[in-house]
Design a protein around this ligand. Structure first.
Ligand code: ARG
Length: 463
């Protein structure tokens, strides 16, 4: 092999990050081989001793990763054999790198997903914390980015909590399908040794909720499909899509034209030429990195498409996109939790430095857009008008208010009555922002009573 081909085919410089999963899988395999009488008890003891030393060498940085040994699996196995001799050479009995790598990636991804689910919980908690402080704060709810109806800022934040809750749920679903054991499929067809695959699955925690071993039931499928990785990347893409929507809103809200919120300086940067600038770099980068994760999803789908059964070396290319997706998602979730909810001050134990809200700017903005026009229409409906007629009547009122450059609530009662005789003094409560908010008192609505119920539900769920 030329140096170029060696470098081209090797994966050790990226797949070495699977080392813990690789050793974990090997130990479970060896233990089963010994229990089945395929290797001797002494071999198992030697393998365990060797792996303990390798673990320590890798952790301390002393381990010498070699390009010549191609990948993480051969590097570890070669060192094991150096350390313990023949027992090391027996480890690979009834196993192939094909089922080994599929197992390693699943084990690694499983633990990363557990971390991601925790990070999603943290982010939801940060959002709920901020929501709790802002139940009564009103901002314009938009459709088509045009002022639509007044909404509680807490309600707006809780919309994201719903999204991240579904993202966590999706991760748990993917975890369930990832948590199945390929080992024992060998190269592609199974093996001639009397393996106990279910035992290995149990050792590795590949069990369902009832504790039943989860084993890939077809060897060709077990070694070759990477649908779990694709599914994970799809779930990660959806999560990044949600992050990206939130980023876009933060960027808009931070602009001088909105001025709704501020994020702490440590998440922004200045400009090299314009001294007044404070740019929302973190949300912008998150929005950008979302594209990169979508790209990995497309990359993995394309990698898998058209591969004949069973294992093909193409699959070595699953790792970098997967690793980068995990890294990007984890960093993004961490940074967003902190940017929104702040950081715990070690001295006080309290969180500080999260997002700051400017309720006055929100209120000014919501007053600009006739956000309570629907409330006036609903008011007329309650007086007996059919909704379509009420809609038209209010359109006339909005036109009049626009001409006078004032809000509906600023039109004198006599003028309002000119649009419909049934309008009375109580209309002004209906036209107020707070009245509008309080009126949306159905499940999932923005009324503060509803929002508080949701906050309590989330608190209980996330505890
Ligand atoms: N480094 C390889 C991968 O990541 C391991 C499996 C190699 N198997 C093989 N038959 N060459 O897919």
């Amino acid at each position: 092999m030329s140096e170029l081909v060696k470098r081209y085919t090797a994966s050790v410089f990226f797949d070495k990050r699977l080392w813990q999963a690789d050793i974990q899988g090997s130990l479970a395999h060896a233990e089963m081989l010994a229990a089945q009488g395929i290797i001797a008890a002494q071999d198992l003891a030697d393998i365990q001793r060797g792996m303990a030393q390798i673990t320590q060498e890798i952790e301390s940085g002393a381990f010498e990763w070699q390009l010549d040994l191609e990948d993480v699996h051969l590097n570890i196995e070669a060192r094991l054999t150096q350390l313990v001799g023949d027992a090391g050479k027996r480890l690979h009995t009834g196993r192939s790198r094909n089922d080994q790598v599929a197992t390693d990636v699943r084990l690694w991804l499983r633990s990363e997903m557990d971390l991601i689910i925790e990070l999603l919980v943290d982010l939801q908690k940060s959002l709920v914390d901020v929501a709790e402080q802002n139940v009564e704060v009103i901002l314009p709810g938009f459709t088509h980015l045009q002022v639509a109806q007044p909404v509680s800022f807490a309600h707006h934040l809780l919309a994201y909590v719903e999204m991240f809750a579904r993202d966590a749920e999706r991760m748990s679903d993917v975890r369930r399908r990832t948590n199945r054991l390929p080992l024992g499929s060998a190269a592609l067809a199974g093996t001639t040794y009397p393996l106990d695959r279910e035992r290995v699955a149990r050792t590795l925690g590949m069990v369902d909720a009832e504790g039943h071993a989860q084993v890939c039931q077809n060897s060709l499928d077990g070694v070759s499909d990477r649908d779990f990785a694709i599914e994970f990347t799809a779930a990660a893409s959806l999560c990044m899509m949600h992050i990206s929507r939130m980023s876009e809103e933060l960027i808009l809200w931070m602009s001088q034209n909105f001025g709704f919120v501020k994020i702490a300086d440590r998440f922004t940067t200045g400009s090299s030429i314009m001294p007044q600038k404070k740019n929302p770099d973190v949300p912008e980068l998150a929005r950008g990195k979302t594209g990169r994760v979508f790209g990995h999803l497309m990359g993995l789908l394309t990698l898998m498409k058209g591969q004949p059964l069973a294992y093909n070396k193409d699959n070595q290319e699953d790792k970098e996109p997967l690793f980068d997706t995990v890294d990007t998602l984890k960093d993004t979730l961490r940074i967003f939790s902190e940017m929104i909810g702040g950081q715990v001050n070690a001295a006080t134990g309290l969180k500080e430095g999260g997002i700051t809200v400017n309720p006055d700017a929100m209120e000014t903005a919501v007053k600009k857009g006739y956000a309570t026009a629907t409330d006036l229409a609903d008011y007329l409906v309650k007086k007996g008008l059919p909704f379509r007629d009420a809609h038209e009547t209010v359109a006339h009122a909005v036109k009049a208010a626009t001409r006078q450059q004032c809000d509906l609530s600023e039109l004198p009662l006599a003028v309002l009555q000119g649009f419909h005789a049934s309008i009375e003094k109580d209309v002004f409560e209906v036209l107020s922002l707070r009245g509008s908010l309080n009126a949306r008192d159905t499940l999932g609505g923005t009324a503060p009573t509803q929002v508080k119920l949701q906050i309590a539900r989330h608190r209980a769920r996330l505890a």
